[in-house]
Design a protein around this ligand. Structure first.
Ligand code: SAH
Length: 246
């Protein structure tokens, strides 16, 4: 994995929220939780709300200061329910996730922290200063503060979707053939169908239209068109199969 996502909770006071966050992280296939100046993750509420994500809780490293928790991170993304008095602009969660998805594909091994604030007061200005970007989940502007565990869930979900949805295959290999390549293919196919007696142009019965609409629904790639045209060419100029060596 090119991108390693680390979820950091700062100053959490309700153990249940730590458990719910651990569960959300594991649900979305991530593993790393770090805790900065939070209550104990060993409290019963944390374990109950983790609902089986005990491994994430047990492996959660604990720190006194945010700076120590993100010391190994190449980027630190803060989360906030509202625009704060700082220079970093708020970006929508999905946009941040999309650019993480792009980095995931391109980058060398990188660790990125997603930082979540206190239940009542969020992240302090000093903590926000340590963030290179700030993310907001855009919701009802009159009621924009999510429960901490819910915020972790949404961010983890968006990141998981963005990281998995970007194909690692070079896109040119998957791109559908151009309209021009399709036209050449249809002309070639029609000629072969006529010359082999399959298609009678005097009695077309909308055959070409039907074939074209089939290929519109299942657009082949350039590579696939080359294979199909190779078959048509071989049908026009059949060569006897190579004899087996005895
Ligand atoms: N009154 C606080 C709310 C804190 S909610 C404030 O205005 O900042 C606790 C944490 O959940 C926040 O620090 C943030 O990390 C996360 N959170 C809650 N709602 C969010 C939202 N709409 N977008 C992004 N993060 C959110």
């Amino acid at each position: 994995m090119a991108l390693n996502l680390v979820f950091v909770l700062v100053g959490t006071t309700h153990a249940g929220n730590i458990g719910a966050s651990a569960r959300a992280i594991k649900n979305m296939g991530f593993t790393t939780l770090r805790l900065v100046d939070t209550c104990s993750p060993k409290k019963k509420d944390a374990i109950v709300r983790a609902s089986g994500a005990d491994d994430v809780l047990e492996n959660a490293a604990r720190f006194e200061h945010l700076a120590d928790a993100v010391a190994d991170c190449h980027a630190v993304i803060g989360t906030s329910a509202r625009q704060r008095q700082i220079s970093v602009p708020l970006q929508a969660c999905r946009d941040v996730a999309t650019s993480l998805g792009e980095q995931h594909n391109n980058a060398l091994d990188q660790t990125v922290a997603l930082v979540f604030g206190r239940e009542r007061t969020g992240l302090s200005n000093e903590e926000l200063d340590q963030c290179s970007a700030l993310l907001q989940i855009p919701i009802n502007p009159d009621f924009s503060s999510l429960n901490l565990g819910s915020a972790v869930q949404v961010v983890a979900y968006e990141c998981a979707m963005a990281l998995n949805s970007i194909s690692t295959a070079p896109t040119s290999e998957l791109e559908p053939a151009t309209g021009e390549a399709m036209q050449h293919f249809f002309t070639h196919l029609e000629r072969v169908m006529i010359n082999t007696g399959f298609h009678d142009p005097a009695n077309p019965r909308r055959l070409m239209r039907r074939i074209q609409s089939y290929f519109e629904r299942n657009r082949p790639t350039d590579n696939e068109i080359n294979i199909l045209r190779g078959i048509l060419a071989a049908t026009e100029n059949p060569r006897p199969p190579k004899e087996k060596q005895s």
